[in-house]
Design a protein around this ligand. Structure first.
Ligand SMILES: NC(=O)c1ccc[n+]([C@@H]2O[C@H](COP(=O)([O-])OP(=O)(O)OC[C@H]3O[C@@H](n4cnc5c(N)ncnc54)[C@H](OP(=O)(O)O)[C@@H]3O)[C@@H](O)[C@H]2O)c1
Length: 292
């Protein structure tokens, strides 16, 4: 049995939907039953309640599980939550943990979540459970946060200066996860995952313009203004400060490398930003609700 954690979130729900569509049985871990409804109607999916931070709540979820996908939220508790899950999984006899990580986890990174991912990656490595680390670049749906400003003013405002970034489609991440969770040979491997190109924000704005058929202009905002805007929009200060650190890294070009892993290891061409923008044009026009 495959267990998917973070199953109500962006990547976990995409993975569960794709496993279901392929007829591959999976178990979806949810901590809030109110959010489980969209998963419950999917064929081949068993929804189980549990909290990754509370090992005693995971007994049913982990019974008979051979491989697990490890995802949780970017917040203060990420190390504790994911470490607690890894320990519980190891005790329950899980043989392989596939972790959704960041693109550059470093113990001494100025970006708090990169430090946390580096620390968490060491856990299964040290525990003897087989692991695979999926180090994902910026998720393309991150640009859904720009929808209100694109719809209202035709503007995409980010503190990115003229730096490039290689973002990745979450459908590609899910397909890689399925390959790793259902075939052998990926144990002990670390896979950096990006899309096929490294883009400036002016490039991204031009691609969004082409997809929605109306001008979108990139405006570079000072980092401090961006942080204040996030807090004013209701983002918890811890996360707002984390994003501040992240954008400082990105402005230095830290996430600009294009990695060929998806093509070279898994054998398909990763989704381009043009394709992502075309597929989601109705969301960027404000005609459909944003899932993010
Ligand atoms: N944003 C990016 O561009 C980017 C790039 C690379 C890597 N990452 C990493 O990707 C991860 C987030 O992935 P995502 O965006 O797909 O997730 P997400 O949409 O933020 O959802 C997080 C999921 O984890 C669940 N969760 C959190 N704590 C839990 C707990 N104690 N027990 C059970 N479930 C718990 C949440 O459940 P609820 O629905 O109940 O809250 C939710 O299903 C983070 O580790 C982040 O650092 C992000």
């Amino acid at each position: 049995m495959i267990l998917v954690t973070g199953a109500t979130g962006l990547n976990g729900s995409e993975l569960v939907r794709r496993l279901s569509a392929k007829g591959i049985p999976s178990r979806a871990l949810v901590r809030n039953p109110a959010k489980a409804q969209p998963l419950e109607s999917l064929p081949n999916v068993e929804v189980v309640e549990g909290d990754m931070a509370r090992p005693d709540s995971l007994t049913d979820a982990l019974r008979g599980v051979e491989r697990a996908m490890l995802i949780s939220s970017s917040d203060q508790t990420m190390v504790e939550v994911q470490s607690s899950f890894i320990d519980a999984a190891r005790r329950a006899g899980v043989q392989h943990i596939v972790k959704l990580s960041g693109i550059i986890p470093e113990l001494d990174s100025p970006f708090r979540f990169a430090r946390m991912h580096a620390e968490i990656e060491k856990r299964p490595e040290a525990s003897g459970v087989a692991y695979t680390h999926l180090r994902a670049g910026e998720f393309m749906p991150s640009y859904f946060r720009q929808v209100p400003s694109i719809v209202a003013r035709g503007v995409m405002a980010l503190p990115m200066a003229d730096a490039r970034i290689a973002s990745v489609d979450i459908g590609d991440i899910a397909e890689v996860a399925i390959a790793v969770l259902t075939t052998s040979g990926h144990e002990g491997k670390t896979y950096p995952l990006t899309g096929p190109e490294s883009l400036t924000m002016a490039d991204v704005a031009a691609k969004l313009s082409a997809a929605i058929g109306k001008p979108v202009r990139y405006v570079d905002v000072p980092p401090e203004d961006a942080r204040q805007a996030r807090i004013a929009a209701g983002m918890p200060p811890y996360l707002a400060e984390g994003l501040d650190e992240l954008f400082a890294e990105r402005r230095k070009g830290k996430e600009s490398t294009v990695w060929p892993t998806i093509q070279d290891v898994f054998g398909w061409a990763p989704t381009s930003f043009d394709e992502f923008a075309r597929r989601n044009a109705a969301i960027f026009r404000g005609e459909l609700p944003s899932p993010r």
